[in-house]
Design a protein around this ligand. Structure first.
Ligand code: ARG
Length: 272
């Protein structure tokens, strides 16, 4: 007895939810009132780790993601005719989010590397960058080689982390003391680590260090040397999403030709 009463409402609920599903227009099969095919704009989810100003950060006033990458993907979407929503996510979850379908685009100042190319498809490069390092004014560390035996803060699993590991190996090969590497979860954590004395130096992407200095003029932090790597950022996508690859590259080319890219570049990196 008991069992039957429990099962009937369940079946009713299942039927109702099936019916509701049928009335919803969804996907490319959606038709208009005349039974003709409508082409609803594709809606894509973009993700990035939003502690990486000026590329992506949480705007203090709105609480929403903002930055060069956020504006860029919206401009690309507009030019290529798709819709996009940008969400904040942990750095280590970004590529996994593509694989689970939680996201379609990673727009996160992500450097195109040989290892990542094994897992994802990158758009055409959209930004030239490189690794640099910074210290507090008056630090005895004057060149990259002076980092032997010191502690450096990096964001985990970034090209800064990989550069630090390479440097550590190099020092050891040269018979010098190695580099101790503090691998932190968030991009912005590295600057706090330096400030509180938990690290002697920071390695990060040059434009991000420059932005930190701009926003923290009293930090007494200096960038003693130019960038020591050349890297290109790309938008990461699932390998099989050929249509999305084309749309994104087409949109990027369009905004480069139209001057929109230039406008965004000026907004975030201009000297004016
Ligand atoms: N360009 C570096 C990399 O690809 C760092 C990117 C970090 N981005 C971020 N939003 N935290 O490894």
């Amino acid at each position: 007895m008991k069992k039957r009463f429990a099962v009937i409402p369940l079946i009713v609920i299942m039927m109702l939810s099936l019916m509701a599903g049928c009335t919803q227009e969804s996907g490319p099969e959606a038709t208009d009132g005349n039974g003709e095919q409508e082409a609803p704009a594709m809606k894509l989810v973009a993700v990035g780790e939003c502690t990486f100003a000026p590329f992506e950060y949480v705007d203090e006033a709105t609480g929403q993601p903002a930055g060069f990458d956020v504006d860029l993907i919206h401009a690309i979407a507009e030019a290529a005719g798709f819709e996009v929503e940008y969400k904040n996510m942990d750095w280590n979850s970004l590529i996994a989010a593509l694989q689970t379908g939680e996201a379609d685009l990673v727009v996160s100042g992500m450097t195109i590397t040989d290892e990542r190319v094994l897992e994802v498809k990158f758009s055409d490069p959209y930004f030239e960058s490189g690794q640099a390092w910074c210290v507090e004014e008056g630090s005895p560390i004057k060149t990259l080689d002076d980092l032997a035996g010191k502690t450096v803060a990096v964001q985990i699993n970034t090209t800064a982390d990989y550069a630090a590991q390479k440097l550590d190996e190099k020092f050891k090969e040269e018979g010098k003391p190695g580099l101790s590497i503090k691998r932190l979860e968030q991009a912005a954590d590295v600057f706090n680590e330096l400030k509180v004395g938990g690290a002697d130096a920071v390695i990060s992407d040059l434009p991000v260090i420059q932005e930190y200095l701009k926003n923290n003029p009293d930090s007494n932090i200096i960038i003693p040397e130019p960038a020591f790597t050349v890297e290109y950022y790309g938008i990461a996508m699932r390998k099989q999403d050929k249509e999305i690859h084309e749309l994104v590259n087409k949109g990027l080319a369009t905004i480069k030709a139209s001057g929109k890219y230039e406008e965004l570049y000026e907004k975030y990196f201009g000297t004016k």
